[in-house]
Ligand binder design. Structure first.
Ligand SMILES: Cc1cc2nc3c(=O)[nH]c(=O)nc-3n(C[C@H](O)[C@H](O)[C@H](O)COP(=O)(O)OP(=O)(O)OC[C@H]3O[C@@H](n4cnc5c(N)ncnc54)[C@H](O)[C@@H]3O)c2cc1C
Length: 431
Protein backbone atom coordinates (compact mmCIF):
# COMPACT_ATOMS: atom_id res chain seq x y z
CA UNK A 1 0.00 0.00 0.00
CA UNK A 2 2.71 2.41 0.99
CA UNK A 3 4.61 2.04 -2.26
CA UNK A 4 1.50 2.37 -4.40
CA UNK A 5 0.86 5.79 -2.90
CA UNK A 6 4.35 7.16 -2.40
CA UNK A 7 6.04 5.69 -5.48
CA UNK A 8 4.03 7.40 -8.17
CA UNK A 9 4.43 10.80 -6.53
CA UNK A 10 8.18 10.28 -6.11
CA UNK A 11 8.55 9.42 -9.80
CA UNK A 12 6.13 12.09 -10.84
CA UNK A 13 8.14 14.96 -9.42
CA UNK A 14 10.81 14.57 -12.11
CA UNK A 15 8.84 13.01 -14.94
CA UNK A 16 5.29 14.29 -14.73
CA UNK A 17 3.59 17.56 -15.35
CA UNK A 18 0.24 17.29 -13.59
CA UNK A 19 -2.85 18.82 -15.08
CA UNK A 20 -3.91 19.90 -11.59
CA UNK A 21 -2.08 20.02 -8.28
CA UNK A 22 -4.43 20.38 -5.32
CA UNK A 23 -2.83 21.72 -2.14
CA UNK A 24 -4.63 20.74 1.09
CA UNK A 25 -6.53 17.47 1.58
CA UNK A 26 -9.45 18.49 3.77
CA UNK A 27 -12.91 17.92 2.38
CA UNK A 28 -12.64 20.68 -0.23
CA UNK A 29 -9.28 19.62 -1.66
CA UNK A 30 -10.19 15.94 -1.60
CA UNK A 31 -13.47 16.66 -3.39
CA UNK A 32 -11.70 18.85 -5.99
CA UNK A 33 -9.06 16.14 -6.57
CA UNK A 34 -11.80 13.54 -7.09
CA UNK A 35 -13.59 15.81 -9.55
CA UNK A 36 -10.43 16.50 -11.54
CA UNK A 37 -9.24 12.86 -11.57
CA UNK A 38 -12.68 11.65 -12.63
CA UNK A 39 -12.42 13.81 -15.74
CA UNK A 40 -9.24 11.97 -16.70
CA UNK A 41 -6.90 14.80 -15.67
CA UNK A 42 -3.53 13.94 -14.13
CA UNK A 43 -4.11 15.03 -10.54
CA UNK A 44 -1.83 15.35 -7.52
CA UNK A 45 -3.24 15.93 -4.01
CA UNK A 46 -0.76 17.24 -1.41
CA UNK A 47 -1.37 17.37 2.36
CA UNK A 48 0.95 18.79 5.02
CA UNK A 49 -0.02 16.29 7.76
CA UNK A 50 -1.26 12.69 7.73
CA UNK A 51 -4.36 12.13 5.65
CA UNK A 52 -7.52 12.30 7.82
CA UNK A 53 -5.71 14.18 10.61
CA UNK A 54 -7.65 16.10 13.27
CA UNK A 55 -5.84 19.45 13.10
CA UNK A 56 -7.98 21.26 10.52
CA UNK A 57 -11.72 21.63 9.87
CA UNK A 58 -12.88 18.42 8.18
CA UNK A 59 -12.51 15.77 10.89
CA UNK A 60 -15.08 14.43 13.34
CA UNK A 61 -18.32 12.51 13.42
CA UNK A 62 -21.08 14.74 12.07
CA UNK A 63 -21.89 17.79 9.97
CA UNK A 64 -25.32 19.18 9.18
CA UNK A 65 -26.62 19.36 5.65
CA UNK A 66 -29.61 21.65 5.09
CA UNK A 67 -30.95 23.68 2.19
CA UNK A 68 -32.47 26.42 4.40
CA UNK A 69 -30.14 29.38 4.01
CA UNK A 70 -30.89 33.05 4.54
CA UNK A 71 -28.63 33.69 1.51
CA UNK A 72 -30.52 32.34 -1.47
CA UNK A 73 -27.31 31.76 -3.47
CA UNK A 74 -26.27 28.77 -1.31
CA UNK A 75 -29.39 26.69 -1.93
CA UNK A 76 -28.45 25.65 -5.51
CA UNK A 77 -25.03 24.53 -4.25
CA UNK A 78 -26.69 22.46 -1.48
CA UNK A 79 -29.21 20.88 -3.87
CA UNK A 80 -26.44 20.01 -6.33
CA UNK A 81 -24.42 18.58 -3.45
CA UNK A 82 -27.24 16.25 -2.32
CA UNK A 83 -27.12 14.66 -5.78
CA UNK A 84 -23.31 14.56 -5.85
CA UNK A 85 -23.13 12.99 -2.34
CA UNK A 86 -25.40 10.22 -3.61
CA UNK A 87 -23.34 9.73 -6.77
CA UNK A 88 -20.04 9.50 -4.88
CA UNK A 89 -21.61 7.08 -2.37
CA UNK A 90 -22.75 4.84 -5.19
CA UNK A 91 -19.26 4.87 -6.71
CA UNK A 92 -17.54 4.00 -3.43
CA UNK A 93 -20.20 1.59 -2.14
CA UNK A 94 -20.98 3.03 1.30
CA UNK A 95 -23.04 5.84 2.79
CA UNK A 96 -21.66 9.06 4.28
CA UNK A 97 -24.77 11.30 4.23
CA UNK A 98 -27.93 10.38 6.19
CA UNK A 99 -31.19 12.20 5.51
CA UNK A 100 -33.34 13.82 8.18
CA UNK A 101 -35.72 16.72 8.50
CA UNK A 102 -34.25 20.17 9.24
CA UNK A 103 -35.82 22.46 11.84
CA UNK A 104 -34.97 26.19 11.85
CA UNK A 105 -36.31 28.21 14.76
CA UNK A 106 -36.02 31.67 16.26
CA UNK A 107 -37.86 34.73 17.54
CA UNK A 108 -40.88 35.39 15.30
CA UNK A 109 -39.38 38.70 14.17
CA UNK A 110 -35.99 37.25 13.30
CA UNK A 111 -34.85 38.67 9.98
CA UNK A 112 -32.69 35.62 9.47
CA UNK A 113 -35.68 33.30 9.74
CA UNK A 114 -37.73 35.51 7.41
CA UNK A 115 -34.84 35.40 4.91
CA UNK A 116 -34.73 31.58 5.20
CA UNK A 117 -38.46 31.44 4.41
CA UNK A 118 -38.01 33.73 1.43
CA UNK A 119 -35.19 31.46 0.15
CA UNK A 120 -37.47 28.42 0.47
CA UNK A 121 -40.15 30.21 -1.56
CA UNK A 122 -37.66 31.37 -4.20
CA UNK A 123 -36.35 27.82 -4.72
CA UNK A 124 -39.76 26.10 -4.29
CA UNK A 125 -38.63 24.14 -1.24
CA UNK A 126 -41.67 22.86 0.63
CA UNK A 127 -41.65 24.04 4.25
CA UNK A 128 -43.99 23.84 7.22
CA UNK A 129 -44.18 26.90 9.52
CA UNK A 130 -45.10 26.17 13.15
CA UNK A 131 -45.77 28.09 16.35
CA UNK A 132 -44.85 26.73 19.78
CA UNK A 133 -48.05 24.66 20.12
CA UNK A 134 -47.65 23.04 16.72
CA UNK A 135 -44.00 22.28 17.46
CA UNK A 136 -45.03 20.46 20.64
CA UNK A 137 -47.51 18.35 18.67
CA UNK A 138 -45.27 17.70 15.69
CA UNK A 139 -42.27 16.67 17.79
CA UNK A 140 -44.18 15.02 20.66
CA UNK A 141 -42.65 17.44 23.20
CA UNK A 142 -39.12 16.34 22.29
CA UNK A 143 -38.34 19.97 21.51
CA UNK A 144 -40.20 23.14 22.45
CA UNK A 145 -39.81 26.80 21.62
CA UNK A 146 -40.90 29.97 23.49
CA UNK A 147 -44.38 31.28 22.73
CA UNK A 148 -43.01 34.28 20.83
CA UNK A 149 -40.84 32.08 18.55
CA UNK A 150 -41.62 30.42 15.26
CA UNK A 151 -40.04 27.48 13.44
CA UNK A 152 -39.95 25.97 9.98
CA UNK A 153 -39.43 22.37 9.10
CA UNK A 154 -38.27 21.01 5.73
CA UNK A 155 -37.38 17.57 4.42
CA UNK A 156 -33.94 18.85 3.36
CA UNK A 157 -31.84 18.09 6.43
CA UNK A 158 -29.31 15.41 7.16
CA UNK A 159 -26.09 14.35 8.82
CA UNK A 160 -22.80 13.81 7.01
CA UNK A 161 -19.98 11.78 8.56
CA UNK A 162 -17.02 14.08 7.89
CA UNK A 163 -13.91 11.94 8.30
CA UNK A 164 -15.58 9.10 6.41
CA UNK A 165 -16.61 11.53 3.66
CA UNK A 166 -13.08 12.92 3.24
CA UNK A 167 -11.79 9.32 3.08
CA UNK A 168 -14.40 8.60 0.43
CA UNK A 169 -13.26 11.45 -1.82
CA UNK A 170 -9.60 10.45 -1.40
CA UNK A 171 -10.41 6.81 -2.23
CA UNK A 172 -12.36 7.86 -5.33
CA UNK A 173 -9.62 10.27 -6.41
CA UNK A 174 -7.05 7.46 -6.08
CA UNK A 175 -9.29 4.99 -7.93
CA UNK A 176 -9.55 7.51 -10.77
CA UNK A 177 -5.78 7.75 -11.06
CA UNK A 178 -4.89 10.68 -8.78
CA UNK A 179 -1.58 10.61 -6.92
CA UNK A 180 -2.05 11.27 -3.19
CA UNK A 181 0.83 12.46 -1.04
CA UNK A 182 0.58 13.34 2.67
CA UNK A 183 3.20 14.74 5.07
CA UNK A 184 4.18 17.17 2.31
CA UNK A 185 3.88 20.81 3.31
CA UNK A 186 3.71 23.29 0.44
CA UNK A 187 5.84 26.36 1.10
CA UNK A 188 5.56 28.20 -2.20
CA UNK A 189 3.89 28.27 -5.59
CA UNK A 190 5.80 29.85 -8.47
CA UNK A 191 5.31 30.55 -12.11
CA UNK A 192 6.86 27.82 -14.31
CA UNK A 193 9.45 28.97 -16.86
CA UNK A 194 7.31 27.67 -19.71
CA UNK A 195 3.95 28.50 -18.16
CA UNK A 196 2.03 26.55 -15.58
CA UNK A 197 3.07 26.42 -11.93
CA UNK A 198 5.81 24.98 -9.75
CA UNK A 199 4.63 23.83 -6.36
CA UNK A 200 7.50 23.84 -3.87
CA UNK A 201 7.40 21.62 -0.78
CA UNK A 202 9.14 22.33 2.53
CA UNK A 203 11.47 19.37 1.94
CA UNK A 204 12.70 20.91 -1.32
CA UNK A 205 10.66 18.78 -3.72
CA UNK A 206 9.17 20.65 -6.66
CA UNK A 207 6.00 19.51 -8.43
CA UNK A 208 5.11 20.78 -11.87
CA UNK A 209 1.50 21.49 -12.81
CA UNK A 210 -0.58 23.19 -15.48
CA UNK A 211 -2.98 24.43 -12.81
CA UNK A 212 -3.08 24.58 -9.03
CA UNK A 213 -6.01 24.58 -6.62
CA UNK A 214 -5.33 25.91 -3.12
CA UNK A 215 -7.69 24.52 -0.46
CA UNK A 216 -5.75 24.98 2.76
CA UNK A 217 -8.56 25.89 5.18
CA UNK A 218 -7.38 27.91 8.18
CA UNK A 219 -3.93 28.29 6.56
CA UNK A 220 -5.31 30.15 3.50
CA UNK A 221 -4.33 33.64 4.61
CA UNK A 222 -0.78 32.52 5.42
CA UNK A 223 -0.12 30.52 2.26
CA UNK A 224 -1.71 32.99 -0.14
CA UNK A 225 0.30 35.82 1.42
CA UNK A 226 3.54 33.84 1.19
CA UNK A 227 2.86 32.98 -2.45
CA UNK A 228 1.53 36.30 -3.77
CA UNK A 229 1.81 38.97 -1.08
CA UNK A 230 -1.99 39.32 -1.28
CA UNK A 231 -3.79 39.21 2.07
CA UNK A 232 -7.27 37.65 2.21
CA UNK A 233 -9.15 38.48 5.43
CA UNK A 234 -9.75 34.88 6.47
CA UNK A 235 -9.58 34.55 10.26
CA UNK A 236 -9.14 31.11 11.88
CA UNK A 237 -11.30 30.49 14.95
CA UNK A 238 -11.06 27.52 17.28
CA UNK A 239 -14.47 26.16 18.18
CA UNK A 240 -15.84 23.36 20.34
CA UNK A 241 -18.42 20.69 19.50
CA UNK A 242 -20.36 19.44 22.55
CA UNK A 243 -22.25 16.22 23.19
CA UNK A 244 -24.90 16.05 25.94
CA UNK A 245 -26.38 13.05 27.74
CA UNK A 246 -29.99 12.15 26.92
CA UNK A 247 -31.82 11.06 30.07
CA UNK A 248 -32.88 7.44 30.63
CA UNK A 249 -36.10 6.51 28.89
CA UNK A 250 -35.68 9.13 26.15
CA UNK A 251 -32.65 7.96 24.17
CA UNK A 252 -34.63 6.84 21.11
CA UNK A 253 -36.59 10.13 21.11
CA UNK A 254 -33.53 11.94 19.79
CA UNK A 255 -32.32 9.32 17.27
CA UNK A 256 -31.97 10.11 13.60
CA UNK A 257 -34.42 7.30 12.85
CA UNK A 258 -35.86 6.54 16.30
CA UNK A 259 -38.85 7.63 18.39
CA UNK A 260 -41.68 10.04 17.71
CA UNK A 261 -43.92 7.62 15.83
CA UNK A 262 -41.22 6.61 13.39
CA UNK A 263 -40.21 10.20 12.61
CA UNK A 264 -36.60 10.73 13.54
CA UNK A 265 -35.30 13.80 15.32
CA UNK A 266 -34.27 16.60 12.93
CA UNK A 267 -31.03 18.47 12.44
CA UNK A 268 -31.67 21.97 13.77
CA UNK A 269 -30.57 25.59 13.93
CA UNK A 270 -31.78 28.12 16.50
CA UNK A 271 -31.39 31.72 15.30
CA UNK A 272 -31.56 33.33 18.70
CA UNK A 273 -28.77 34.63 20.89
CA UNK A 274 -26.66 32.52 21.01
CA UNK A 275 -26.92 30.81 17.64
CA UNK A 276 -27.27 27.12 18.56
CA UNK A 277 -27.10 24.17 16.17
CA UNK A 278 -27.24 20.42 16.53
CA UNK A 279 -27.67 17.00 15.01
CA UNK A 280 -29.74 14.03 16.17
CA UNK A 281 -28.20 11.24 18.19
CA UNK A 282 -26.22 9.06 15.79
CA UNK A 283 -22.48 8.77 16.31
CA UNK A 284 -22.51 8.26 20.10
CA UNK A 285 -25.68 6.42 21.23
CA UNK A 286 -27.36 8.18 24.14
CA UNK A 287 -25.65 11.51 23.36
CA UNK A 288 -26.92 14.41 21.26
CA UNK A 289 -24.70 17.05 19.63
CA UNK A 290 -25.71 20.62 20.56
CA UNK A 291 -23.20 23.44 20.14
CA UNK A 292 -22.95 27.21 19.84
CA UNK A 293 -21.76 28.65 16.55
CA UNK A 294 -18.89 30.65 18.01
CA UNK A 295 -15.18 30.47 18.71
CA UNK A 296 -12.04 32.40 19.54
CA UNK A 297 -9.32 33.58 17.22
CA UNK A 298 -6.34 31.28 16.82
CA UNK A 299 -3.13 30.70 14.92
CA UNK A 300 -3.49 27.33 13.13
CA UNK A 301 0.21 26.67 13.76
CA UNK A 302 0.05 27.52 17.47
CA UNK A 303 -3.38 26.36 18.64
CA UNK A 304 -4.77 27.17 22.10
CA UNK A 305 -6.37 23.67 22.18
CA UNK A 306 -9.31 24.80 24.29
CA UNK A 307 -7.63 27.46 26.43
CA UNK A 308 -9.70 30.24 24.86
CA UNK A 309 -12.96 28.47 25.68
CA UNK A 310 -16.09 30.61 25.70
CA UNK A 311 -18.81 30.40 28.36
CA UNK A 312 -21.25 27.47 28.27
CA UNK A 313 -23.89 29.21 30.41
CA UNK A 314 -26.19 30.27 27.56
CA UNK A 315 -25.99 26.85 25.92
CA UNK A 316 -26.88 25.11 29.18
CA UNK A 317 -29.91 27.40 29.54
CA UNK A 318 -30.93 26.71 25.94
CA UNK A 319 -30.78 22.93 26.52
CA UNK A 320 -32.70 23.15 29.78
CA UNK A 321 -35.45 25.21 28.13
CA UNK A 322 -35.80 23.46 24.77
CA UNK A 323 -35.59 19.72 25.48
CA UNK A 324 -38.42 19.44 28.04
CA UNK A 325 -36.02 18.16 30.72
CA UNK A 326 -35.05 15.12 28.65
CA UNK A 327 -31.42 16.12 28.05
CA UNK A 328 -29.05 16.72 30.98
CA UNK A 329 -28.03 20.43 30.78
CA UNK A 330 -25.41 20.29 33.55
CA UNK A 331 -22.51 20.05 31.09
CA UNK A 332 -21.30 18.31 27.94
CA UNK A 333 -20.00 14.77 28.47
CA UNK A 334 -17.80 14.84 25.39
CA UNK A 335 -16.25 17.69 23.41
CA UNK A 336 -14.15 18.02 20.25
CA UNK A 337 -12.12 20.98 18.97
CA UNK A 338 -12.08 22.15 15.37
CA UNK A 339 -11.30 25.29 13.34
CA UNK A 340 -13.49 27.66 11.35
CA UNK A 341 -12.04 29.90 8.59
CA UNK A 342 -14.12 33.03 8.82
CA UNK A 343 -14.46 35.72 6.17
CA UNK A 344 -15.99 39.03 7.33
CA UNK A 345 -19.27 38.29 5.47
CA UNK A 346 -19.07 34.53 6.11
CA UNK A 347 -19.27 33.85 2.39
CA UNK A 348 -16.80 31.54 0.65
CA UNK A 349 -13.86 32.48 -1.51
CA UNK A 350 -13.99 30.59 -4.84
CA UNK A 351 -11.85 32.47 -7.35
CA UNK A 352 -8.64 32.72 -9.34
CA UNK A 353 -5.73 34.09 -7.37
CA UNK A 354 -5.00 36.48 -10.25
CA UNK A 355 -1.91 38.71 -10.38
CA UNK A 356 1.04 36.97 -12.03
CA UNK A 357 -0.83 33.64 -11.80
CA UNK A 358 -3.81 34.78 -13.83
CA UNK A 359 -6.23 31.84 -14.03
CA UNK A 360 -3.62 29.17 -13.26
CA UNK A 361 -4.11 29.21 -9.47
CA UNK A 362 -7.59 28.84 -7.99
CA UNK A 363 -8.35 29.46 -4.31
CA UNK A 364 -11.15 27.76 -2.37
CA UNK A 365 -11.30 28.98 1.22
CA UNK A 366 -13.14 30.97 3.88
CA UNK A 367 -15.85 28.35 4.33
CA UNK A 368 -16.80 30.09 7.59
CA UNK A 369 -18.10 27.10 9.52
CA UNK A 370 -20.78 26.07 7.01
CA UNK A 371 -19.02 24.62 3.98
CA UNK A 372 -18.92 20.89 4.53
CA UNK A 373 -22.38 20.12 3.15
CA UNK A 374 -21.46 21.83 -0.13
CA UNK A 375 -18.07 20.15 -0.58
CA UNK A 376 -19.23 18.06 -3.57
CA UNK A 377 -20.42 21.14 -5.49
CA UNK A 378 -17.44 23.23 -4.32
CA UNK A 379 -15.06 20.52 -5.62
CA UNK A 380 -16.90 20.57 -8.94
CA UNK A 381 -16.69 24.38 -9.13
CA UNK A 382 -12.97 24.45 -8.24
CA UNK A 383 -12.21 21.77 -10.86
CA UNK A 384 -14.27 23.70 -13.44
CA UNK A 385 -12.43 26.93 -12.70
CA UNK A 386 -9.02 25.27 -12.87
CA UNK A 387 -9.67 23.16 -15.97
CA UNK A 388 -12.18 25.22 -17.97
CA UNK A 389 -11.62 28.74 -16.64
CA UNK A 390 -15.37 29.09 -15.86
CA UNK A 391 -17.94 27.46 -13.58
CA UNK A 392 -21.68 27.29 -14.12
CA UNK A 393 -24.45 27.14 -11.51
CA UNK A 394 -22.81 29.34 -8.91
CA UNK A 395 -22.97 33.08 -8.22
CA UNK A 396 -19.22 33.57 -8.37
CA UNK A 397 -19.61 37.30 -7.84
CA UNK A 398 -20.49 36.63 -4.17
CA UNK A 399 -17.31 34.57 -3.77
CA UNK A 400 -14.74 36.89 -5.35
CA UNK A 401 -11.37 36.93 -3.62
CA UNK A 402 -11.01 40.72 -3.96
CA UNK A 403 -14.47 41.73 -2.70
CA UNK A 404 -12.97 43.07 0.54
CA UNK A 405 -10.75 45.60 -1.20
CA UNK A 406 -12.13 49.01 -0.25
CA UNK A 407 -15.05 47.24 1.49
CA UNK A 408 -13.89 45.57 4.68
CA UNK A 409 -17.20 43.79 5.31
CA UNK A 410 -17.67 42.26 1.86
CA UNK A 411 -21.16 41.21 0.79
CA UNK A 412 -23.97 43.27 2.31
CA UNK A 413 -26.66 41.32 4.21
CA UNK A 414 -29.93 42.45 5.67
CA UNK A 415 -30.23 40.14 8.66
CA UNK A 416 -28.83 39.78 12.15
CA UNK A 417 -25.29 38.89 13.11
CA UNK A 418 -25.36 35.35 14.44
CA UNK A 419 -21.85 34.63 15.61
CA UNK A 420 -20.40 35.89 18.85
CA UNK A 421 -16.75 35.24 19.14
CA UNK A 422 -13.96 36.71 21.13
CA UNK A 423 -11.70 39.12 19.29
CA UNK A 424 -13.33 39.08 15.84
CA UNK A 425 -16.56 41.02 16.03
CA UNK A 426 -18.92 42.14 13.37
CA UNK A 427 -19.55 38.88 11.52
CA UNK A 428 -22.82 37.15 10.98
CA UNK A 429 -23.41 33.56 10.09
CA UNK A 430 -25.28 30.44 9.18
CA UNK A 431 -24.26 26.95 10.15
C1 LIG B 1 -16.93 22.26 14.74
C2 LIG B 1 -17.31 22.47 13.31
C3 LIG B 1 -18.61 22.21 12.93
C4 LIG B 1 -18.99 22.41 11.61
N1 LIG B 1 -20.26 22.11 11.25
C5 LIG B 1 -20.63 22.20 9.97
C6 LIG B 1 -21.91 21.79 9.58
O1 LIG B 1 -22.71 21.34 10.41
N2 LIG B 1 -22.24 21.87 8.28
C7 LIG B 1 -21.38 22.33 7.35
O2 LIG B 1 -21.74 22.40 6.18
N3 LIG B 1 -20.13 22.74 7.69
C8 LIG B 1 -19.74 22.68 8.96
N4 LIG B 1 -18.49 23.05 9.35
C9 LIG B 1 -17.58 23.63 8.36
C10 LIG B 1 -16.83 22.61 7.53
O3 LIG B 1 -16.39 21.55 8.34
C11 LIG B 1 -15.65 23.33 6.86
O4 LIG B 1 -16.20 24.37 6.07
C12 LIG B 1 -14.84 22.41 5.97
O5 LIG B 1 -14.43 21.27 6.66
C13 LIG B 1 -13.62 23.18 5.46
O6 LIG B 1 -12.81 22.28 4.74
P1 LIG B 1 -11.43 22.74 4.10
O7 LIG B 1 -11.03 21.62 3.19
O8 LIG B 1 -11.56 24.11 3.54
O9 LIG B 1 -10.43 22.90 5.34
P2 LIG B 1 -9.56 21.79 6.12
O10 LIG B 1 -10.37 20.63 6.44
O11 LIG B 1 -8.86 22.46 7.23
O12 LIG B 1 -8.50 21.33 5.05
C14 LIG B 1 -7.38 22.11 4.69
C15 LIG B 1 -6.21 21.17 4.60
O13 LIG B 1 -5.09 21.85 4.04
C16 LIG B 1 -3.94 21.37 4.69
N5 LIG B 1 -2.87 22.35 4.51
C17 LIG B 1 -2.81 23.58 5.05
N6 LIG B 1 -1.69 24.23 4.65
C18 LIG B 1 -1.04 23.38 3.84
C19 LIG B 1 0.19 23.45 3.12
N7 LIG B 1 0.95 24.57 3.16
N8 LIG B 1 0.60 22.39 2.40
C20 LIG B 1 -0.18 21.25 2.33
N9 LIG B 1 -1.35 21.12 3.01
C21 LIG B 1 -1.78 22.17 3.74
C22 LIG B 1 -4.37 21.22 6.13
O14 LIG B 1 -3.51 20.39 6.88
C23 LIG B 1 -5.76 20.65 5.96
O15 LIG B 1 -5.75 19.24 5.94
C24 LIG B 1 -18.06 22.88 10.66
C25 LIG B 1 -16.76 23.14 11.05
C26 LIG B 1 -16.38 22.93 12.36
C27 LIG B 1 -14.96 23.21 12.74
Amino acid sequence: MESSVVEPAAKAKTTTTFDVIVVGAGVMGSSAAYQAAKRGEKTLLLEQYDFLHHRGSSHGESRTIRATYPEDYYTPLVLESYALWRRAESEVGYQVCFKSRQLDMGPAGSKTLRAVISTCRKHSLAFHEMDSRKIRDEFSCRIQIPDNWTAISTEHGGVIKPTKAVGMFQTLAFKNGAVLRDNTEVKDIKRGENGGVLVVAANGEVFRGRKCVVTVGAWTRKLVKAVSGFEIPIQPLETRVCYWRIKEGHKRDYDLVGGGGGKGFPTFASFGDPYVYGTPSLEFPGLIKVAVHNGYTCDPDDRPWGLGAVSMAALKEWIAAMFSGRVDPSGPVKTQLCMYSMTPDEDFVLDFLGGEFGKDVVVGGGFSGHGFKMAPAVGRVLADLALNGVAEGVELDKFRIRRFEGNRKGNVKDFEDQVNHAGFKGLRSSM
